[in-house]
Design a protein around this ligand. Structure first.
Ligand code: AMP
Length: 187
């Protein structure tokens, strides 16, 4: 089963992805983690993307799409992909369809975690204290939210027509959101 967790930064995609990985024996495909790993390892890609990431701007579709490809085509991960933070643009959504088609896969469920701006700001402020992420200061949070509205939210129209699209109130408690997701998955 392949699943997309979709929503603004701070919606709880990562939290639910980690849970689903355990429950379904799946693989979390977090492009944020994949990109941070490039920076930590100081690779050529890492050097190219560090400024954009620290500023709360997107990394180019070209770089992200390329890094993603290996995961979709990894035979161990086939039908066990749990996307967290990808796709974030229409270009990425279309690229994902192409990659899935080429690897004989499809998306089984799309969960939209719907959260308002105020809740996100509060949550990310807390996460900054807990995780010390360099892209979690208030200015950057607001920039990331604006980028979401401009570039990522249009992807909703692309997915909302899909019969396996489920909108969930992301302001609920973590456990409540998990229960809703489980109900759709029948697990
Ligand atoms: P995240 O951990 O998902 O919140 O992502 C952290 C940062 O990584 C984002 O603010 C972007 O700079 C970058 N990033 C992660 N995923 C993507 C993506 N799919 N497309 C472009 N940039 C991304």
């Amino acid at each position: 089963m392949n699943i997309i967790l979709f929503g603004p930064p701070g919606a709880g995609k990562g939290t639910q992805a980690k849970y689903l990985v355990k429950k379904l024996n799946g693989y979390q495909i977090s492009t944020g983690d994949i990109l941070r790993n490039e920076i930590e390892k100081d690779t050529d890609i890492g050097k190219k993307i560090i400024n954009n990431m620290n500023d709360g701007k997107f990394v180019s579709d070209e770089i992200v799409n390329n890094l993603l490809k290996n995961h979709v085509f990894d035979s161990n991960k086939k039908e066990k992909l749990i996307f967290d933070g990808y796709p974030r643009s229409l270009n990425q959504a279309k690229n994902l369809d192409l990659l899935l088609n080429a690897s004989n896969q499809k998306i089984d469920h799309i969960f939209f975690l719907d959260v308002n701006k105020e809740t996100i700001v509060e949550r990310i402020k807390k996460r900054k204290i807990l995780e010390k992420r360099s892209d979690d200061d208030l200015d950057t949070i607001l920039k990331r939210y604006d980028t979401y509205i401009e570039t990522t939210r249009p992807v909703l129209d692309y997915y909302s027509k899909n019969p396996n699209f489920h909108a969930i109130d992301g302001t609920m408690e973590i456990d409540e959101i998990t229960s809703k997701i489980e109900a759709f998955l029948n697990v």
